[in-house]
Design a protein around this ligand. Structure first.
Ligand code: ADP
Ligand code: NI
Length: 221
């Protein structure tokens, strides 16, 4: 990726820091989620006019302290990232850009993020959203539902589309509803051209899955 030796060292230190910090996390928000987002973000970055170093740090640190696993505290992630990057002697200007990514990457913050999409945020956000779609997206979603002990599906509980942030956070709906409340909306929220192309395929895959799911629910013929 053409990083300097110093940048390479910082990336390696960040990988170690993140792996350690996310150990034991629910499988949809663990190191491997971060790893996939990092790889996808690197790939998307090749076609965009962005700093690959900032994108890598943003991807690696984007879920360092997800508010939903930290008592709702949305400042924990930015604070931990700032402390770590300062110790790594990363330039202040880059730290600010990474913190901007952490603050606005999340789907539930999309209202607040409107008008604040920087090129680096665009790339990391697309990569994070792609990991919420397709086969991996399906796997993560049912893992999260299991982690929260939610039913797979309940025909009596309809999805609530266009929920505000508070309602989205409080939802205890069956896992299938999450497809309609978030996953199927992502295709139209992609920022980059490459992201849009990848999202299209993953979206179709989820639609096929849902077709099959509902067919089997009623007997499978
Ligand atoms: P973001 O990563 O944009 O902040 P979330 O953390 O809310 O978004 O969601 C990340 C992933 O966690 C989702 O794509 C999904 O796989 C899973 N998830 C989050 N909320 C739910 C839910 N209510 N039901 C099932 N899965 C969920
Ligand atoms: Ni994420």
């Amino acid at each position: 990726m053409g990083f300097s030796e110093k940048e390479q060292q910082i990336i390696e230190n960040t990988v170690r820091f993140v792996k350690d910090k996310l150990r034991g996390n629910e499988a949809g928000h663990d190191w491997w989620h971060v790893y996939r987002v990092w790889k996808t973000a690197d790939y998307l970055a090749q076609k965009e006019n962005v700093s690959p170093f900032t994108v890598s740090l943003g991807a690696l640190l984007h879920d360092i302290a997800d508010a939903k696993f930290n008592g709702g505290d949305e400042e924990a992630g930015p604070a931990i990232a700032r402390e770590f990057l300062t110790k790594q002697k990363v330039e202040e200007e880059i730290i600010e850009k990474v913190i901007h990514i952490i603050r606005y990457v999340s789907f539930k913050n999309r209202g607040e993020a409107a008008g604040k999409i920087t090129p680096e945020l665009a790339v990391v956000q697309d990569a994070d959203r792609l990991d919420a779609m397709g086969a991996i997206g399906i796997a993560r979603t049912f893992n999260y539902g299991g982690f929260k002990n939610r039913p797979l599906y309940d025909p009596g509980i309809k999805p609530a589309v266009n929920q505000d942030k508070e309602a989205y956070k409080k939802s205890t709906a069956p896992t299938i509803n999450h497809f309609y409340e978030k996953l199927l909306l992502l295709k139209d929220l992609m920022n980059t051209e490459t992201g849009k192309t990848l999202a299209k395929h993953r979206h179709e895959y989820m639609l096929d899955f849902l077709d099959e799911f509902f067919k089997e629910w009623e007997g499978g013929f």
